[in-house]
Design a protein around this ligand. Structure first.
Ligand SMILES: [Zn+2]
Length: 127
């Protein structure tokens, strides 16, 4: 099963709405890099950089990066596609926020927010 992907779009003219975590209700604030523990990653598509990676998600990013490094240059696999096609679980999903508008000509940016409700900052007790 692939991750569920929710797409949002807004324009630069509006104040961009903050994403709230569906698990704990926290506001995810990219301006202050302030994210709750359920955020697995924040990826800036046009800049091709991760804004934030949860420690538990780090190995996955490294694996994807290795896969990308190994694919030949003709392949148009991107980190964005890889993130969107990651196998999902019932507690994980991705929100894709796109914004477009006119700055110096038409511009747009896209941010991927990865969430997982099973992630906890404390080690889960073994049962
Ligand atoms: Zn949360």
């Amino acid at each position: 099963m692939k991750n569920q992907v929710l797409k949002l779009s807004n324009s630069f003219d509006e104040d961009s709405p903050l994403i709230h975590c569906v698990f704990c209700g926290s506001e995810e604030n990219p301006e202050f890099s302030d994210y709750c523990e359920h955020v697995t990653f924040i990826y800036l598509v046009e800049e091709m950089v991760f804004e934030h990676i949860a420690p538990s998600f780090e190995p996955i990013v490294q694996k994807l990066q290795r896969e990308l490094d190994e694919t030949d240059q003709e392949s148009d696999d991107t980190m964005e596609q890889k993130l969107l096609s990651l196998p999902g679980s019932s507690s994980s999903f991705v929100i894709e926020v796109g914004a477009s508008g006119m700055a110096c000509g038409p511009t747009s940016f896209t941010v991927l927010y990865g969430f997982d409700g099973d992630i906890s900052t404390e080690a889960a007790p073994q049962k």
